[in-house]
Design a protein around this ligand. Structure first.
Ligand code: XMP
Length: 333
């Protein structure tokens, strides 16, 4: 019989048992609630033998990597290694516009970098007494990710390749002998949040809107270029800041700004411009498997639109996405 209150201590005990008292565990952390709760459980279970890394894909939100590093250090005592890989991701994504191709490139690049990190960490730990090899890889996979990524009806029924599910790769698992540890695999997001609170994780982390592993790259329809990433990042920052100022952040499950493939004509002063189109999305959902569009006051949206057009160079138009899930997914790709 499954009781939420028992989850953390039972899971911590299970992790200790599984990992034993020498092995190292590598974990990718994003600053989202899932990976943060996963990291907190690991840290509690095995202390410094848990090695947290954050891959900077170049597609993170404004100031995100520094903020995550600081918060994890302060709140959880985790010394996060940030791996700068923006250039690698940008060069591998150049000219690729198919969403599934983008996801696969991002997924396999993550794995290349994890492999490198595993080797680096083992080298570093060689002289530490009572320390073994990197044997485990932590993933913050949730139950809905498992359902959406695994196809129960054959390959054509796969909705999207979540970069962090199932894709972890035989190459990495068998090649390096790494085993997967997924403490949240049976949980829904609201359960993860409840556990986060129980573990004393700060409310601002627990309530953080989810952010997908592939990051802004799947919020830029079509080709991912540095210019479009920068535009998405700035527009997103304005949208989220306005949502917070209006006191709406906790009523919304997930909100972000995306960039359309096409451009649109606009007029600034007496100049014609041909600028980018920003798509704003905000949804309410309990389990992220279905979602309703959030109903903003039109005045709020008009203010966000005006501010984005005025402050973000190259944007000529802002639209609000009114599609629920289904038929739309939450992310645009
Ligand atoms: P969709 O777009 O599938 O999103 O309706 C449902 C939830 O999953 C997040 N998402 C991802 N998270 N890697 C992740 O870590 C991914 O590849 C990925 N794709 C979608 C999305 O942000 C939403 O919260």
């Amino acid at each position: 019989n499954w009781k939420m209150a028992d989850f953390a201590p039972l899971e911590i005990a299970r992790i200790r048992e599984l990992v034993g008292d020498r092995a190292l565990v590598l974990g990718a952390v994003s600053g989202g609630v899932d990976s943060t709760v996963g990291a907190a459980l690991m840290r509690e279970a095995i202390g410094d033998r848990f090695k947290a890394i954050l891959i900077d894909t170049g597609c993170m939100r404004l100031n995100e990597c520094e903020e995550v590093k600081q918060t994890l250090g302060e709140h959880l005592g985790i010394n996060l290694t940030v791996v700068e890989a923006g250039e690698l991701f940008m060069s591998r994504l150049a000219g690729v516009s198919d969403p599934e191709k983008k996801r696969k490139i991002i997924g396999s690049s993550f794995i290349d970098l994890f492999e490198k990190e595993a080797i680096r960490i083992e080298k570093e730990a060689e002289n530490t007494p009572n320390t073994g090899k990197v044997e485990w890889f932590l993933q913050g996979t949730l139950y809905p990710d498992v359902i959406e990524s695994l196809s129960f009806r054959g390959p054509s029924a796969t909705i999207k390749t979540h970069h962090n599910v199932g894709g972890l790769p035989e190459r990495m698992m068998n090649g390096q002998g790494l085993r997967l540890i997924e403490p949240l695999r049976l949980l829904f997001k609201d359960e993860v949040r409840a556990i986060g609170r129980k573990l004393g994780i700060h409310e601002s982390l627990v309530n953080r809107h989810p952010f997908p592993g592939p990051g802004i790259a799947i919020r830029i329809l079509g080709d991912v270029t540095q210019e479009r990433v920068e535009i998405a990042r700035q527009a997103d920052h304005i949208f989220i800041s306005k949502i917070k100022e209006a006191g709406l952040y906790d009523q919304i499950s997930q909100a972000f700004a995306a960039v359309d493939t096409n451009r649109s004509v606009g007029v600034f002063g007496d100049q014609r411009v041909w600028g980018y189109i920003i798509i704003l999305r905000a949804v309410q959902t309990k389990d992220f498997m279905s979602a309703e569009v959030f109903n903003f006051d039109h005045k709020f949206l008009a203010d966000v639109s005006r501010t984005i057009c005025n402050q973000v160079d190259g944007v000529a138009r802002v639209v609000y996405d009114l599609t629920s899930k289904p038929p739309g997914t939450i992310e645009l790709e």
